[in-house]
Design a protein around this ligand. Structure first.
Ligand code: KIV
Ligand code: ZN
Length: 515
Protein backbone atom coordinates (compact mmCIF):
# COMPACT_ATOMS: atom_id res chain seq x y z
CA UNK A 1 0.00 0.00 0.00
CA UNK A 2 1.20 3.51 -0.79
CA UNK A 3 1.20 6.36 1.67
CA UNK A 4 -0.88 9.51 1.34
CA UNK A 5 0.65 12.60 2.94
CA UNK A 6 -1.68 14.81 4.90
CA UNK A 7 -1.03 18.54 4.65
CA UNK A 8 -3.17 20.40 7.17
CA UNK A 9 -3.99 23.99 6.32
CA UNK A 10 -6.38 24.76 9.18
CA UNK A 11 -4.10 27.53 10.42
CA UNK A 12 -3.85 29.17 6.98
CA UNK A 13 -6.79 28.45 4.63
CA UNK A 14 -8.91 27.43 7.63
CA UNK A 15 -8.24 30.75 9.27
CA UNK A 16 -9.51 32.44 6.10
CA UNK A 17 -13.00 31.31 7.12
CA UNK A 18 -15.15 34.42 7.47
CA UNK A 19 -15.31 35.28 11.16
CA UNK A 20 -12.49 32.97 12.26
CA UNK A 21 -9.38 34.58 13.54
CA UNK A 22 -6.88 33.05 15.89
CA UNK A 23 -4.22 34.66 18.06
CA UNK A 24 -0.74 33.18 18.48
CA UNK A 25 -1.59 31.23 21.62
CA UNK A 26 -4.62 29.70 19.98
CA UNK A 27 -2.64 28.80 16.86
CA UNK A 28 0.00 27.16 19.00
CA UNK A 29 -2.62 25.14 20.87
CA UNK A 30 -3.98 23.86 17.56
CA UNK A 31 -0.48 23.18 16.23
CA UNK A 32 0.36 21.03 19.28
CA UNK A 33 -2.84 19.11 18.76
CA UNK A 34 -2.03 18.62 15.06
CA UNK A 35 1.32 17.27 16.12
CA UNK A 36 -0.45 14.69 18.29
CA UNK A 37 -2.71 13.91 15.36
CA UNK A 38 0.44 13.15 13.39
CA UNK A 39 -0.36 14.96 10.17
CA UNK A 40 2.69 15.26 7.89
CA UNK A 41 2.72 19.00 7.23
CA UNK A 42 1.03 22.01 8.79
CA UNK A 43 0.64 25.20 6.88
CA UNK A 44 1.06 27.56 9.78
CA UNK A 45 0.13 30.80 8.04
CA UNK A 46 0.89 33.45 5.45
CA UNK A 47 3.76 35.47 6.99
CA UNK A 48 3.70 38.36 4.50
CA UNK A 49 0.02 38.99 5.15
CA UNK A 50 0.41 40.48 8.65
CA UNK A 51 2.80 40.80 11.54
CA UNK A 52 0.54 38.54 13.61
CA UNK A 53 0.73 35.79 11.00
CA UNK A 54 4.49 36.18 10.74
CA UNK A 55 4.88 35.85 14.52
CA UNK A 56 2.54 32.87 14.66
CA UNK A 57 4.44 30.97 11.95
CA UNK A 58 7.71 31.82 13.68
CA UNK A 59 6.47 30.62 17.09
CA UNK A 60 5.11 27.40 15.59
CA UNK A 61 8.40 26.79 13.75
CA UNK A 62 10.28 27.23 17.02
CA UNK A 63 8.08 24.92 19.06
CA UNK A 64 6.65 22.19 16.85
CA UNK A 65 9.42 19.83 15.91
CA UNK A 66 7.77 16.66 14.71
CA UNK A 67 6.15 18.07 11.58
CA UNK A 68 7.07 19.92 8.42
CA UNK A 69 6.07 23.57 8.89
CA UNK A 70 4.91 25.28 5.72
CA UNK A 71 4.48 29.00 5.13
CA UNK A 72 2.48 30.46 2.26
CA UNK A 73 3.91 33.10 -0.05
CA UNK A 74 2.74 34.74 -3.26
CA UNK A 75 5.28 34.48 -6.08
CA UNK A 76 6.86 37.73 -4.95
CA UNK A 77 10.33 38.32 -3.45
CA UNK A 78 8.89 40.12 -0.37
CA UNK A 79 6.57 37.22 0.44
CA UNK A 80 9.28 34.58 -0.10
CA UNK A 81 11.66 36.46 2.17
CA UNK A 82 9.06 36.82 4.93
CA UNK A 83 8.07 33.16 4.67
CA UNK A 84 11.74 32.13 4.78
CA UNK A 85 12.41 34.23 7.89
CA UNK A 86 9.32 32.91 9.65
CA UNK A 87 10.24 29.24 9.19
CA UNK A 88 13.98 29.67 9.83
CA UNK A 89 13.86 27.78 13.12
CA UNK A 90 11.69 24.95 11.86
CA UNK A 91 13.26 21.52 12.01
CA UNK A 92 11.94 21.05 8.50
CA UNK A 93 10.47 24.10 6.79
CA UNK A 94 8.63 24.43 3.52
CA UNK A 95 7.80 27.49 1.47
CA UNK A 96 4.55 27.12 -0.41
CA UNK A 97 4.45 29.64 -3.20
CA UNK A 98 1.61 30.19 -5.64
CA UNK A 99 0.45 32.18 -8.62
CA UNK A 100 -2.80 31.97 -10.56
CA UNK A 101 -2.74 30.19 -13.93
CA UNK A 102 -6.33 30.29 -15.17
CA UNK A 103 -7.19 32.69 -18.01
CA UNK A 104 -9.76 34.45 -15.79
CA UNK A 105 -7.28 35.04 -12.96
CA UNK A 106 -4.34 35.96 -15.18
CA UNK A 107 -6.40 38.43 -17.18
CA UNK A 108 -8.53 40.12 -14.52
CA UNK A 109 -6.66 39.67 -11.28
CA UNK A 110 -2.99 39.57 -12.23
CA UNK A 111 -3.23 41.40 -15.57
CA UNK A 112 -0.30 39.35 -16.77
CA UNK A 113 0.39 37.14 -19.75
CA UNK A 114 1.08 33.45 -19.34
CA UNK A 115 4.76 34.08 -20.15
CA UNK A 116 5.02 36.62 -17.34
CA UNK A 117 3.30 34.23 -14.97
CA UNK A 118 5.76 31.40 -15.73
CA UNK A 119 8.67 33.78 -15.23
CA UNK A 120 7.38 34.93 -11.84
CA UNK A 121 6.69 31.36 -10.75
CA UNK A 122 10.17 30.15 -11.71
CA UNK A 123 11.88 33.10 -10.02
CA UNK A 124 9.81 32.61 -6.87
CA UNK A 125 10.62 28.91 -6.68
CA UNK A 126 14.32 29.52 -7.27
CA UNK A 127 14.41 32.17 -4.56
CA UNK A 128 12.43 29.95 -2.16
CA UNK A 129 14.98 27.15 -2.52
CA UNK A 130 17.52 29.51 -0.95
CA UNK A 131 15.30 29.97 2.12
CA UNK A 132 13.84 26.54 2.74
CA UNK A 133 14.80 22.90 2.32
CA UNK A 134 11.46 22.16 0.64
CA UNK A 135 9.53 24.20 -1.89
CA UNK A 136 5.94 23.61 -2.91
CA UNK A 137 4.32 25.35 -5.86
CA UNK A 138 0.59 25.86 -6.54
CA UNK A 139 -0.88 27.03 -9.84
CA UNK A 140 -3.91 28.75 -8.32
CA UNK A 141 -7.25 27.97 -10.00
CA UNK A 142 -5.57 25.01 -11.72
CA UNK A 143 -8.86 23.27 -12.43
CA UNK A 144 -9.94 26.17 -14.66
CA UNK A 145 -6.52 26.54 -16.30
CA UNK A 146 -5.54 25.52 -19.78
CA UNK A 147 -4.01 22.03 -19.53
CA UNK A 148 -1.05 22.56 -21.81
CA UNK A 149 -0.16 25.76 -19.95
CA UNK A 150 -0.49 23.90 -16.69
CA UNK A 151 1.93 21.20 -17.87
CA UNK A 152 4.35 23.86 -19.04
CA UNK A 153 4.41 25.77 -15.74
CA UNK A 154 4.62 22.58 -13.68
CA UNK A 155 7.65 21.38 -15.66
CA UNK A 156 9.26 24.78 -15.29
CA UNK A 157 8.83 25.02 -11.49
CA UNK A 158 10.07 21.47 -10.95
CA UNK A 159 13.10 22.36 -13.04
CA UNK A 160 13.51 25.44 -10.81
CA UNK A 161 13.54 23.33 -7.66
CA UNK A 162 9.95 22.68 -6.52
CA UNK A 163 9.62 19.22 -4.98
CA UNK A 164 5.88 19.33 -4.35
CA UNK A 165 3.37 20.50 -6.94
CA UNK A 166 -0.07 21.22 -5.59
CA UNK A 167 -3.14 21.35 -7.82
CA UNK A 168 -5.82 23.54 -6.31
CA UNK A 169 -9.47 23.43 -7.25
CA UNK A 170 -9.55 26.96 -5.91
CA UNK A 171 -13.22 27.70 -6.44
CA UNK A 172 -14.57 24.17 -5.91
CA UNK A 173 -15.63 23.95 -9.55
CA UNK A 174 -14.38 20.52 -10.53
CA UNK A 175 -16.18 17.20 -10.34
CA UNK A 176 -14.59 13.93 -9.16
CA UNK A 177 -14.29 12.46 -12.68
CA UNK A 178 -12.90 15.65 -14.13
CA UNK A 179 -10.44 16.19 -11.32
CA UNK A 180 -9.17 12.63 -11.52
CA UNK A 181 -8.65 13.07 -15.27
CA UNK A 182 -6.75 16.31 -14.63
CA UNK A 183 -4.44 14.57 -12.18
CA UNK A 184 -3.94 11.59 -14.49
CA UNK A 185 -3.07 13.99 -17.31
CA UNK A 186 -0.41 15.65 -15.15
CA UNK A 187 1.09 12.30 -14.13
CA UNK A 188 1.19 11.12 -17.76
CA UNK A 189 2.60 14.33 -19.19
CA UNK A 190 5.21 15.30 -16.61
CA UNK A 191 7.98 12.70 -16.35
CA UNK A 192 9.39 14.02 -13.05
CA UNK A 193 5.98 13.48 -11.44
CA UNK A 194 5.52 10.09 -13.03
CA UNK A 195 8.94 8.96 -11.79
CA UNK A 196 8.19 10.46 -8.35
CA UNK A 197 10.93 13.07 -8.37
CA UNK A 198 8.22 15.53 -7.36
CA UNK A 199 5.19 14.81 -5.19
CA UNK A 200 1.78 15.62 -6.59
CA UNK A 201 -0.66 17.23 -4.16
CA UNK A 202 -4.27 18.44 -4.32
CA UNK A 203 -6.14 21.24 -2.57
CA UNK A 204 -9.92 21.15 -3.05
CA UNK A 205 -12.53 23.67 -2.03
CA UNK A 206 -16.06 22.73 -1.16
CA UNK A 207 -18.23 25.23 -3.02
CA UNK A 208 -20.33 22.46 -4.56
CA UNK A 209 -19.84 20.03 -1.67
CA UNK A 210 -17.36 17.90 -3.63
CA UNK A 211 -14.07 18.70 -1.91
CA UNK A 212 -13.67 15.32 -0.22
CA UNK A 213 -14.82 13.39 -3.29
CA UNK A 214 -12.49 15.39 -5.53
CA UNK A 215 -9.52 14.84 -3.21
CA UNK A 216 -10.13 11.09 -3.08
CA UNK A 217 -10.58 10.90 -6.84
CA UNK A 218 -7.33 12.75 -7.24
CA UNK A 219 -5.58 10.14 -5.11
CA UNK A 220 -6.91 7.42 -7.40
CA UNK A 221 -5.61 9.49 -10.30
CA UNK A 222 -2.08 9.68 -8.86
CA UNK A 223 -1.95 12.46 -6.23
CA UNK A 224 -0.09 11.52 -3.04
CA UNK A 225 -0.65 14.54 -0.79
CA UNK A 226 -4.03 15.91 0.25
CA UNK A 227 -4.39 19.43 1.59
CA UNK A 228 -7.28 19.72 4.00
CA UNK A 229 -8.54 21.38 7.17
CA UNK A 230 -10.05 20.25 10.44
CA UNK A 231 -13.88 20.37 10.24
CA UNK A 232 -13.47 21.42 6.60
CA UNK A 233 -13.22 25.09 7.53
CA UNK A 234 -11.72 27.52 5.04
CA UNK A 235 -12.36 30.22 2.50
CA UNK A 236 -16.09 30.44 1.55
CA UNK A 237 -17.61 26.93 1.80
CA UNK A 238 -14.31 25.61 3.13
CA UNK A 239 -11.75 23.00 2.17
CA UNK A 240 -11.75 19.22 2.02
CA UNK A 241 -12.14 18.14 5.61
CA UNK A 242 -9.26 16.23 7.12
CA UNK A 243 -11.42 13.88 9.15
CA UNK A 244 -13.41 12.91 6.06
CA UNK A 245 -10.48 12.16 3.77
CA UNK A 246 -8.52 10.36 6.46
CA UNK A 247 -11.43 8.26 7.71
CA UNK A 248 -12.54 7.47 4.15
CA UNK A 249 -9.05 6.18 3.32
CA UNK A 250 -8.97 4.16 6.54
CA UNK A 251 -12.52 2.82 6.51
CA UNK A 252 -12.38 1.97 2.79
CA UNK A 253 -8.79 0.78 2.74
CA UNK A 254 -10.11 -2.28 0.90
CA UNK A 255 -11.12 0.03 -1.95
CA UNK A 256 -8.43 2.72 -1.97
CA UNK A 257 -5.38 0.66 -0.92
CA UNK A 258 -3.65 3.68 0.64
CA UNK A 259 -2.77 4.62 4.19
CA UNK A 260 -1.93 7.77 6.14
CA UNK A 261 0.11 8.13 9.32
CA UNK A 262 -2.64 10.09 11.06
CA UNK A 263 -3.50 8.99 14.59
CA UNK A 264 -7.23 8.98 14.01
CA UNK A 265 -7.98 8.65 17.74
CA UNK A 266 -7.05 12.31 18.11
CA UNK A 267 -9.55 13.49 15.51
CA UNK A 268 -12.45 14.25 17.82
CA UNK A 269 -10.36 16.23 20.26
CA UNK A 270 -8.74 18.44 17.63
CA UNK A 271 -12.08 18.95 15.91
CA UNK A 272 -13.59 20.21 19.18
CA UNK A 273 -10.59 22.41 19.87
CA UNK A 274 -10.72 24.04 16.43
CA UNK A 275 -14.44 24.65 16.72
CA UNK A 276 -14.03 26.11 20.19
CA UNK A 277 -11.12 28.40 19.33
CA UNK A 278 -12.43 29.63 15.98
CA UNK A 279 -16.00 29.95 17.27
CA UNK A 280 -17.24 28.02 14.22
CA UNK A 281 -19.79 25.40 15.31
CA UNK A 282 -19.77 21.95 13.78
CA UNK A 283 -23.01 21.15 11.99
CA UNK A 284 -24.70 18.25 13.83
CA UNK A 285 -24.82 16.03 10.74
CA UNK A 286 -21.19 16.74 9.79
CA UNK A 287 -19.56 13.50 8.62
CA UNK A 288 -17.27 11.88 11.22
CA UNK A 289 -17.22 14.66 13.85
CA UNK A 290 -20.79 16.00 13.93
CA UNK A 291 -22.79 15.53 17.14
CA UNK A 292 -25.09 13.09 15.35
CA UNK A 293 -22.42 11.15 13.45
CA UNK A 294 -22.62 8.21 15.89
CA UNK A 295 -26.13 8.68 17.24
CA UNK A 296 -28.95 6.41 16.19
CA UNK A 297 -32.58 7.45 16.39
CA UNK A 298 -34.79 5.10 14.38
CA UNK A 299 -36.16 2.12 16.30
CA UNK A 300 -35.03 -0.37 13.64
CA UNK A 301 -31.50 1.08 13.71
CA UNK A 302 -31.37 1.06 17.52
CA UNK A 303 -32.50 -2.54 17.62
CA UNK A 304 -29.82 -3.45 15.04
CA UNK A 305 -27.15 -1.56 16.99
CA UNK A 306 -28.01 -3.34 20.21
CA UNK A 307 -27.67 -6.70 18.46
CA UNK A 308 -24.53 -5.94 16.44
CA UNK A 309 -22.92 -2.51 16.08
CA UNK A 310 -21.62 -3.07 12.56
CA UNK A 311 -25.22 -3.17 11.33
CA UNK A 312 -25.33 0.62 11.30
CA UNK A 313 -21.80 1.78 12.09
CA UNK A 314 -19.09 1.64 9.43
CA UNK A 315 -16.44 2.99 11.79
CA UNK A 316 -16.31 2.91 15.55
CA UNK A 317 -16.64 6.07 17.65
CA UNK A 318 -13.43 5.05 19.43
CA UNK A 319 -11.53 5.16 16.13
CA UNK A 320 -11.86 8.95 16.20
CA UNK A 321 -11.40 9.19 19.96
CA UNK A 322 -15.04 9.30 20.99
CA UNK A 323 -16.11 7.13 23.89
CA UNK A 324 -19.28 5.53 22.60
CA UNK A 325 -22.01 6.13 20.09
CA UNK A 326 -25.39 6.97 21.46
CA UNK A 327 -28.89 5.74 20.92
CA UNK A 328 -31.06 8.84 20.95
CA UNK A 329 -34.41 8.13 22.46
CA UNK A 330 -37.27 9.81 20.64
CA UNK A 331 -40.58 8.99 19.07
CA UNK A 332 -39.03 6.53 16.61
CA UNK A 333 -37.32 4.46 19.29
CA UNK A 334 -38.40 0.93 20.00
CA UNK A 335 -39.00 -0.95 23.25
CA UNK A 336 -35.63 -2.69 23.09
CA UNK A 337 -33.62 0.56 23.17
CA UNK A 338 -35.92 2.00 25.82
CA UNK A 339 -35.48 -1.01 28.10
CA UNK A 340 -31.69 -1.03 27.61
CA UNK A 341 -31.42 2.63 28.55
CA UNK A 342 -33.53 2.08 31.68
CA UNK A 343 -31.25 -0.80 32.68
CA UNK A 344 -28.25 1.48 32.30
CA UNK A 345 -29.99 3.99 34.55
CA UNK A 346 -30.47 1.25 37.14
CA UNK A 347 -34.14 0.37 36.56
CA UNK A 348 -35.11 -3.26 36.01
CA UNK A 349 -38.81 -3.24 35.28
CA UNK A 350 -41.20 -6.17 35.16
CA UNK A 351 -43.00 -6.78 31.86
CA UNK A 352 -46.15 -5.09 33.13
CA UNK A 353 -44.22 -2.08 34.44
CA UNK A 354 -42.24 -1.89 31.22
CA UNK A 355 -45.41 -1.84 29.15
CA UNK A 356 -46.83 1.09 31.13
CA UNK A 357 -43.53 2.93 31.18
CA UNK A 358 -43.12 2.47 27.42
CA UNK A 359 -46.63 3.85 26.83
CA UNK A 360 -45.81 6.97 28.93
CA UNK A 361 -42.52 7.32 27.07
CA UNK A 362 -44.22 7.20 23.67
CA UNK A 363 -46.77 9.82 24.79
CA UNK A 364 -43.99 12.07 25.99
CA UNK A 365 -41.92 11.48 22.85
CA UNK A 366 -44.82 12.71 20.74
CA UNK A 367 -44.63 16.02 22.58
CA UNK A 368 -40.89 16.39 23.06
CA UNK A 369 -38.16 16.33 20.40
CA UNK A 370 -35.55 14.65 22.57
CA UNK A 371 -35.97 12.60 25.68
CA UNK A 372 -33.33 13.03 28.35
CA UNK A 373 -32.25 10.69 31.12
CA UNK A 374 -34.17 12.70 33.73
CA UNK A 375 -37.38 12.15 31.73
CA UNK A 376 -36.70 8.42 31.71
CA UNK A 377 -35.96 8.34 35.44
CA UNK A 378 -39.23 10.13 36.06
CA UNK A 379 -41.13 7.61 33.93
CA UNK A 380 -39.39 4.62 35.53
CA UNK A 381 -39.92 5.94 39.06
CA UNK A 382 -43.63 6.33 38.35
CA UNK A 383 -43.77 2.58 37.78
CA UNK A 384 -41.37 1.36 40.41
CA UNK A 385 -41.33 3.71 43.37
CA UNK A 386 -43.98 4.73 45.83
CA UNK A 387 -42.53 8.23 46.03
CA UNK A 388 -42.31 9.34 49.69
CA UNK A 389 -44.24 12.58 50.11
CA UNK A 390 -41.86 14.45 52.40
CA UNK A 391 -43.74 17.67 51.69
CA UNK A 392 -47.36 18.05 50.59
CA UNK A 393 -49.46 21.09 49.79
CA UNK A 394 -52.28 21.80 52.22
CA UNK A 395 -53.25 25.25 51.08
CA UNK A 396 -52.15 28.00 48.72
CA UNK A 397 -53.38 31.55 48.41
CA UNK A 398 -52.05 34.10 45.97
CA UNK A 399 -52.80 37.75 45.39
CA UNK A 400 -51.85 39.11 42.02
CA UNK A 401 -52.74 41.79 39.50
CA UNK A 402 -51.11 44.30 37.20
CA UNK A 403 -50.91 47.05 39.85
CA UNK A 404 -49.84 45.17 42.95
CA UNK A 405 -46.86 43.12 44.04
CA UNK A 406 -47.77 39.43 43.61
CA UNK A 407 -47.71 37.56 46.93
CA UNK A 408 -48.31 33.96 47.89
CA UNK A 409 -49.02 32.18 51.16
CA UNK A 410 -48.48 28.42 51.35
CA UNK A 411 -49.28 25.92 54.04
CA UNK A 412 -47.23 22.76 53.72
CA UNK A 413 -47.36 19.52 55.64
CA UNK A 414 -44.22 17.72 56.69
CA UNK A 415 -44.34 14.72 59.03
CA UNK A 416 -47.70 15.74 60.51
CA UNK A 417 -46.50 19.27 61.13
CA UNK A 418 -47.91 22.22 59.25
CA UNK A 419 -45.62 25.05 58.14
CA UNK A 420 -46.84 28.30 56.76
CA UNK A 421 -44.86 30.94 54.84
CA UNK A 422 -45.56 33.93 52.61
CA UNK A 423 -43.42 35.62 49.97
CA UNK A 424 -43.56 38.18 47.17
CA UNK A 425 -42.30 37.50 43.65
CA UNK A 426 -42.23 38.62 40.04
CA UNK A 427 -45.51 36.81 39.48
CA UNK A 428 -47.79 34.49 41.48
CA UNK A 429 -45.80 31.36 40.56
CA UNK A 430 -42.52 32.98 41.50
CA UNK A 431 -44.06 34.16 44.80
CA UNK A 432 -45.37 30.65 45.51
CA UNK A 433 -41.98 29.07 44.77
CA UNK A 434 -40.24 31.55 47.05
CA UNK A 435 -42.71 30.75 49.85
CA UNK A 436 -42.14 27.00 49.32
CA UNK A 437 -38.36 27.57 49.40
CA UNK A 438 -38.73 29.30 52.76
CA UNK A 439 -40.53 26.23 54.18
CA UNK A 440 -38.18 23.62 52.73
CA UNK A 441 -34.92 25.52 53.15
CA UNK A 442 -33.24 23.68 50.28
CA UNK A 443 -30.91 25.41 47.91
CA UNK A 444 -32.48 24.23 44.66
CA UNK A 445 -32.53 25.92 41.26
CA UNK A 446 -35.48 25.92 38.93
CA UNK A 447 -33.98 25.00 35.56
CA UNK A 448 -37.12 24.68 33.46
CA UNK A 449 -40.84 25.33 33.75
CA UNK A 450 -43.55 24.42 31.23
CA UNK A 451 -47.29 24.35 31.29
CA UNK A 452 -49.89 22.80 29.05
CA UNK A 453 -53.57 21.98 29.20
CA UNK A 454 -54.52 18.34 29.40
CA UNK A 455 -58.20 18.90 28.64
CA UNK A 456 -60.12 21.39 26.56
CA UNK A 457 -62.11 24.45 27.59
CA UNK A 458 -61.79 27.29 30.13
CA UNK A 459 -61.82 24.89 33.10
CA UNK A 460 -59.17 22.70 31.47
CA UNK A 461 -56.89 20.62 33.64
CA UNK A 462 -53.46 22.21 33.49
CA UNK A 463 -50.25 20.23 33.78
CA UNK A 464 -47.08 21.90 34.97
CA UNK A 465 -43.68 20.26 34.53
CA UNK A 466 -40.59 21.60 36.21
CA UNK A 467 -36.94 20.68 36.16
CA UNK A 468 -35.07 21.37 39.36
CA UNK A 469 -31.38 21.04 40.14
CA UNK A 470 -29.53 20.77 43.43
CA UNK A 471 -25.89 19.72 43.86
CA UNK A 472 -25.42 17.46 40.82
CA UNK A 473 -28.90 16.01 40.82
CA UNK A 474 -31.43 17.08 38.23
CA UNK A 475 -35.04 15.97 38.76
CA UNK A 476 -38.40 16.52 37.15
CA UNK A 477 -41.64 17.29 38.92
CA UNK A 478 -45.19 17.24 37.67
CA UNK A 479 -48.40 18.71 39.06
CA UNK A 480 -51.94 18.93 37.71
CA UNK A 481 -54.93 21.07 38.69
CA UNK A 482 -57.61 23.23 37.10
CA UNK A 483 -55.82 26.10 38.87
CA UNK A 484 -52.44 26.70 37.23
CA UNK A 485 -50.91 28.24 40.38
CA UNK A 486 -51.84 25.19 42.39
CA UNK A 487 -50.53 22.92 39.58
CA UNK A 488 -47.28 24.90 39.67
CA UNK A 489 -46.90 24.55 43.44
CA UNK A 490 -47.64 20.81 43.26
CA UNK A 491 -45.09 20.33 40.47
CA UNK A 492 -42.43 22.12 42.47
CA UNK A 493 -43.14 20.09 45.62
CA UNK A 494 -43.16 16.90 43.53
CA UNK A 495 -39.69 17.78 42.24
CA UNK A 496 -38.51 18.55 45.79
CA UNK A 497 -39.78 15.17 47.04
CA UNK A 498 -38.05 13.37 44.18
CA UNK A 499 -34.86 15.27 44.78
CA UNK A 500 -34.86 14.33 48.48
CA UNK A 501 -35.53 10.71 47.55
CA UNK A 502 -32.64 10.63 45.08
CA UNK A 503 -30.25 12.27 47.54
CA UNK A 504 -31.22 9.78 50.24
CA UNK A 505 -30.61 6.89 47.86
CA UNK A 506 -27.25 8.32 46.89
CA UNK A 507 -26.23 8.70 50.57
CA UNK A 508 -27.32 5.13 51.32
CA UNK A 509 -25.28 3.85 48.38
CA UNK A 510 -22.21 5.79 49.51
CA UNK A 511 -22.59 4.41 53.08
CA UNK A 512 -22.81 0.87 51.72
CA UNK A 513 -19.68 1.40 49.63
CA UNK A 514 -17.76 2.77 52.64
CA UNK A 515 -18.75 -0.25 54.73
O1 KIV B 1 -7.36 27.64 -2.88
C1 KIV B 1 -6.24 27.92 -3.29
O2 KIV B 1 -5.97 27.99 -4.50
C2 KIV B 1 -5.22 28.19 -2.30
C3 KIV B 1 -3.81 28.28 -2.79
C4 KIV B 1 -3.06 29.34 -2.10
C5 KIV B 1 -3.17 26.94 -2.65
O3 KIV B 1 -5.51 28.24 -1.13
ZN1 ZN C 1 -7.46 27.30 -0.76
Amino acid sequence: MERIYIFDTTLRDGEQTPGASLNIDEKLKIAYQLEKLKVDVIEAGFPASSLGDFEAVKAISEQIKELVIAALARALPYDIKKAGEAIKEAKKGRIHTFIATSPIHMRYKLRKSSKEVIKLAVEAVKMATEYAPEVEFSPEDASRSDKSFLYEIIEAVIEAGARIVNIPDTVGYSTPQEFKALIEGIVQNIPSIKNKQALLSVHCHNDLGMATANSLSAVIGGARQIECTINGIGERAGNASLEEVVMALKTREDFFHFYTKVNTQQIYQVSQLVSHLTGIPIQPNKAVVGKNAFRHEAGIHQDGMLKEETTYEIMTPSSIGLKKGELVLGKLSGRHAFQERLKKLGFHLTNAQLKKAFDSFKKLADKKREIFDEDLIFIAEEQTVQMPQAYSLEYIHTVTGNKILPTATVRIKKNDHIFQEAACGDGPVDAAYRAIDKVCGLNLTLVDYSIQSLTKGKDALGEVRVKVKGKDTLVLGRGTSTDIIEASAKAYLDAINRWLFREKKRDEKRDREIK
